[in-house]
Structure formats: structure tokens, C-alpha cells
Design a protein around this ligand. Structure first.
Ligand code: C5P
Length: 225
């Protein structure tokens, strides 16, 4: 049989990353943070000033995506991400990088370039795959598909709290706008748009604590055996 896969898809800030990390620790399975791959493409493109409107630049971004020299190093508080030996864990969490990632993620050549690599993460004893199209495109045969969502207001509030805790002032209304922009771009693109797989279980975490959401996910996993 194939390696078991659980997919967690959903919009930004719904808490997928946290839940995927908890699930991977709990089950002892490996983790694919596919959003990080798109963020790395966005980072590379920003650094090289590439434009999604220029064919040569698209080609260059796709080549970079295919050749990404990335390492995910498991640690106590999540994964450290290295790009060609540089620790970019914090850098790629910036909202500017999220925006660049979602722009480049609309480009089919970039998605195609990341496809095979994402599938190589499936290794025994199992994989937790976190992203937008894990259940619809990358692992359509997954054993359990979960779509994690929360209202845009709540996701903006969470991001705002997170930034405040980091001592970075930001306006809640601007964060909200950026979240809605990114959702719209992710859900309306032609290439692998953000949407629940037909056979996905939808979990709405609006109003839930992390513990409460984690329990919902865990209950699903237990119920599916
Ligand atoms: O999940 P995260 O916020 O890190 O993803 C950043 C961006 O990468 C998303 O807004 C989306 O545009 C893109 N992405 C994607 N497909 C995935 C994961 C992320 O298009 N599987």
C-alpha cells in the first residue's frame, strides 16, 4: 500500500500550520509545509526583481522553483527552513512575502515546477500535507482530507495579535484587507484554486482556541482510524 497521507488545506491564517505541526508530532509523521515552498519562490523573485508579467521572468522563477535548495529541519518549536544554507524561517513569514507567494502561485509553470518535489515528501510512516491544493491536486488519493477555515475577521484578528506579540505595530484593517486580497487571489485563480476537495471534512475554527481546533482535528483522525 501507499504511504498514508492526511491533507490540511484552507485559507491563510486559519491555523492549518499549527494544527499540521501538532498532528505530525502526535502521529510521528513527516510534514509538508507547501506554503513555504511558494514563499521561497516569492522571496527569490522579490530578491531578483522578477515580474509575473514578463515571460523570461516566469521562466526564471519556474527554474528556481524546480531547483530550490531548501532544507526543512525539525525542531522543538516547529521547522527551521534553510534556503541554500541561509536561515529564512522568519523572513518568509512576512506579509510582503505571503503576497509575493500568492502572486507567483497563480502561475501554472511555477506550480508545475513544485509538483514532483511536493510528492517526494510522502514517506513512511506517513505525511501531513499543509497547503491549498493538497487534497485536490497533489495528494488526491489521501486517506483523510481536512479543510480548515475561519472567518476573515477572525484570521485578521489572529494575525494582528501575532504581530503585536512580536512588537510589530500593524493596522487591523490593513491586515484584514490583505487577507481578503490573498483569499480572493487564491480562490479565483485558474490553476489549482483554493477549495475543499469533494471528500474533505470542513472544520471551522472561528471562535475556537488552538486546543479546541486541535481536538476537532484529532477526533476526525481517530474516527477515520
Ligand atoms: O500557507 P501559506 O500562507 O504559507 O501560503 C502562502 C501562499 O502560497 C498562499 O497564499 C498561496 O497563494 C500559495 N500556496 C499555494 N498552494 C499551496 C500552498 C500555498 O498556492 N499548496
Amino acid at each position: 500500500a501507499q504511504v498514508p497521507v492526511i491533507t490540511l488545506d484552507g485559507p491563510g491564517g486559519a491555523g492549518k500550520g499549527t494544527l499540521a505541526g501538532k498532528l505530525s508530532t502526535w502521529l510521528g509523521w513527516s510534514l509538508l509545509d507547501s506554503g513555504a515552498l511558494y514563499r521561497l519562490v516569492g522571496l527569490g523573485a522579490l530578491r531578483e526583481n522578477l515580474s509575473v508579467d514578463i515571460d523570461d521572468d516566469i521562466q526564471r522563477a519556474a527554474d528556481q522553483a524546480r531547483a530550490l535548495d531548501v532544507r526543512f529541519i525539525a525542531g522543538d518549536d516547529g521547522q527551521r527552513i534553510e534556503l541554500a544554507g541561509e536561515n529564512v524561517t522568519q523572513t518568509i513569514r512576512q506579509d510582503e512575502i505571503a503576497k509575493a507567494a500568492s502572486r507567483w502561485a497563480t502561475i501554472p509553470a511555477v506550480r508545475e515546477a513544485l509538483l514532483a518535489r511536493q510528492r517526494t515528501f510522502a514517506a513512511a510512516p506517513g505525511l501531513i500535507a499543509d497547503g491549498r491544493d493538497m487534497g485536490t491536486m497533489i495528494f488526491p488519493e489521501a486517506d483523510l482530507k481536512i479543510f480548515v477555515t475561519a472567518s476573515a475577521e477572525e484570521r485578521a484578528r489572529r494575525r494582528h495579535e501575532q504581530l503585536s506579540a512580536q512588537g510589530e505595530p500593524a493596522s487591523l484593517s490593513r491586515i484584514y484587507r490583505e487577507i481578503v486580497d490573498r483569499d480572493t487571489r487564491d480562490a479565483s485563480r485558474k490553476a489549482s484554486p483554493l477549495k475543499p476537495a469533494d471528500d474533505a471534512y470542513v472544520i471551522d475554527t472561528t471562535g475556537d482556541s488552538v486546543t479546541a481546533s486541535a481536538r476537532k482535528v484529532r477526533d476526525l483522525v481517530v474516527a477515520k482510524g
